[in-house]
Design a binder for this molecule. Sequence first.
Ligand code: SF4
Ligand code: SF4
Length: 410
Amino acid sequence: MVQALVIGGGTAGIASAISLAQRGIFVTIVEKDSSIGGRVSELCCKGEIQCVKCDVCLSLDRLYEVAQSKYIRVFTNSEVIKVSGKPGSYRVTVIRKPQLVREDACTACGKCGSVCPVEGSAIKPRFNRSVPMTYWIDEEKCIRMKGESCEKCSEICPTGAIDFKAKASRKYLNVAAIIVANGFEPFEASKDRRLRYGQIKDVLTSLEIEKMLSDSGKLIAPSTGVICKKIGIIQCVGSRDERMGVAYCSKVCCKYSLKIAQLIKLKYPETEISFFFMDWRPYDSVDNELLEWTRKNQGVKIVRSRPAEIIESENGKPVVRYVTLAENKIEEEEFDLVMLSIGIMPPSDAQKLSTILGIEVSPSGFISSEDAHKGIFAAGCCTGPKDIEESFMEGIAAANRVAAFIGGSK
Ligand code: SF4
Ligand code: SF4
């Protein structure tokens, strides 16, 4: 049977795999994380009443298709470490990290989570909609991983799925073609020290706010546990900022932050929201949508300014300090919560994979070339910032190229 490898089980990888499987091509997805779905798995649907085309469901709804397809195999917690051979006939070595919770034995009964002594449990599904739906040990939280003695989860597990002695293993694949779809890294907000992320509790990234809305449906200030009434949104954090080494526009943050704000306003109509931005660059949506929405909604303000810094008020709240463009005046405004619209960075393993596969990365660190003659293709955010729909379409397009390559290489 003709086989292909897809590196990365996010939006583009899933689209590629399903499209190849529909053609009868056997696909192995190699995914670093313990679940496929990628970053989208932590985002929330923004269509409270009707669909607003945030596209979060576009790939998440297809995870089960992947799980059920007899043409798709998934290696989670795995990485490609070597590729040899020639176009149309590659030998791929994959390393699988120790499976502390065995996928083939975990029934997701949840008994382990109920006895874990860590607050919020260190063993749980990786995402709300993890595929495979296997429990996962958060090694940063698990006290056993920090050297304490604890086996509560493995003692109670009725299927013996938890194995702290598990070892890494190697897998070998023979594939005709490869699609690289290893996604992106979110900008590390603590790098921009002016914004005090990680120091002021109520400064969160857009991804954290999406996760909070996705998990609980509520928007709560971490410092007080109370629903937020006043929110500041700062655009272009880790985008278009030479000081941070990121000169490019992340393309999607304007669109998504507006959709998050609209969802918040729908849930909590009394909330005041202020947008701080240099200029509005919505990708694939109406240019003046923010302005129009601001006009129609009380309590929404736009501030044309890149904030200078966030300071902490006496009561521990974030205060945004900025210069007004019109009067060139320094202003300060206190919020219950500040959301940092963080940008899209290249995947952390782009350089390593480019060496293994013999493909190039751009000066900004994204995969910049694919080699159709070699049968190695790339799709999704690993080639540069893009939204969910574009990533999905690129995944399908890459599958088309693989099918053409395999047809031609027979
Ligand atoms: S107790 Fe065992 S089977 Fe149940 S969720 Fe935990 S690991 Fe899985
Ligand atoms: S070993 Fe203990 S702390 Fe770690 S996941 Fe299991 S129950 Fe939780």
